[in-house]
Design a protein around this ligand. Structure first.
Ligand SMILES: Nc1ncnc2c1ncn2[C@@H]1O[C@H](COP(=O)(O)OP(=O)(O)O)[C@@H](O)[C@H]1O
Ligand SMILES: [Mg+2]
Length: 356
């Protein structure tokens, strides 16, 4: 027999979404995984009827009747659910009738998000691929960096020895181009710097970036803040996060040609998987712009190094941002359509603290 307290802890830490209904199908309890999946809070949801919680759930009538009459588990696959924030998810659902010691009936509902499984598998794959691509670029950058110093030094020596000053034009080009390449190569190598993590306020970081962007971009860009003030401090390297958000916002400004709106939204998510790690509390930061969107044929590649849609672009901004956020145990994702591009940064609250 499991003690009540332990049972409660297990209930709260289950990765599967669990809802607990009484005989009238009124909600009695809901675990954090279900709160996150359904985007509702236990407080709001408690006492609601199953039909109020899931007004468009096709299973309600027939299956519920079956559970009631036959007293065995009913399982339905691939049910579509509309969430309060207009998001649509697909779940597998099982409902099991249970009785307590007073022979009172309860119903246990378990929901597994199918899209989430697909997402996690895809996510892990993507992370590995992006890391591999970054390693290749980093290796290449190192190989270029070393001879570059020699090349530049030799051109300088040559310049001093040249009898005809007009020939200096050529050494100037060599030195100038070597410097440009050096610059590029240095940027490719940036993300490997050591992190200096401290407790940091995500909103202060965002205000700082907003300031920088406002002064760079001018009045054409309106920046909106939609912050959840209850978000606690996170264990992070502020400078690195500033850099990551800056790279994303600069792209937005560029995509909108300097005229448009950027919204920064922060929320908390509970019991989230990122890659193959599970986190209790994760900050979700959305950077939303109302520009033309990422070209469809680019959307799957934008986090790879050297992928760019601009003639003058380096294609390093998002790859560096992703790498910096990965170093915080987090992840950046992007969804985009005409008029709405959303970059979502998932940042675990305590990653790297006490070896978490
Ligand atoms: N908010 C956005 N809206 C539209 N396209 C975007 C946005 N952010 C990034 N992109 C696309 O992703 C590409 C890669 O961005 P990035 O890695 O920063 O490299 P760069 O800015 O040097 O091109 C951009 O060139 C652009 O085509
Ligand atoms: Mg960029």
């Amino acid at each position: 027999m499991i003690q009540a307290k332990l049972a409660q802890t297990i209930f709260e830490n289950l990765t599967i979404a669990v809802l607990w209904f009484d005989q009238q199908f009124r909600l009695q309890a809901i675990n954090p995984a279900a709160e996150t999946l359904l985007e509702i809070s236990a407080k709001q949801a408690k006492g609601q009827l199953i039909s109020e919680l899931f007004p468009d759930m096709s299973l309600s009538g027939r299956s519920l009747l079956e559970v009631l009459q036959n007293h065995h588990t009913v399982i339905e696959h691939g049910i579509r659910l509309h969430l309060p924030l207009a998001r649509l998810i697909t779940v597998d659902c099982s409902i099991t009738p249970l009785q307590d010691e007073h022979a009172k009936t309860y119903f246990l509902m378990e929901l597994t998000a199918i899209d989430q499984h697909l997402r996690i598998a895809r996510e892990e794959n993507l992370l590995l691929q992006q890391q591999a691509a970054r390693n290749i670029v980093r290796g290449l950058a190192h190989e270029i960096k070393n001879p570059l110093g020699g090349l530049r030094g030799a051109a300088q020596l040559l310049e001093r020895e040249l009898p005809d000053p007009r020939l200096k034009e050529y050494t100037t080009i060599i030195i100038g181009e070597a410097d440009r390449l050096q610059n590029l190569v240095n940027r490719m190598l940036v993300p490997n710097t050591v992190t200096h993590k401290k407790w940091a306020n995500i909103h202060q970081i965002l205000l700082r970036v907003s300031q920088l962007i406002a002064s760079e971009a001018g009045e054409g860009i309106i920046i909106e803040h939609d912050f959840d003030p209850s978000i606690p401090e996170i264990w992070a390297d502020s400078d690195q996060l500033i850099q990551a958000v800056l790279n994303i916002m600069r792209n937005a400004v560029q995509a909108m040609n300097g005229i448009g709106q950027i919204t920064l939204r922060t929320r908390i998510s509970r019991q989230m998987n990122i890659g193959n790690k599970r986190h209790k509390l994760v900050v979700r930061l959305e950077i939303i712009d109302n520009g033309p969107g990422v070209p469809e044929d680019m959307i799957d590649h934008i986090f790879y190094p050297l992928v760019t849609g601009h003639a003058q672009g380096t294609g390093l901004g998002l790859s560096i941002a992703q790498s910096l956020v990965n170093q915080h145990g987090g992840l950046i994702e992007c969804t985009s359509k005409l008029g709405e591009t959303v970059f979502t940064l998932w940042l675990p609250m305590e990653y790297g603290e006490n070896g978490v």
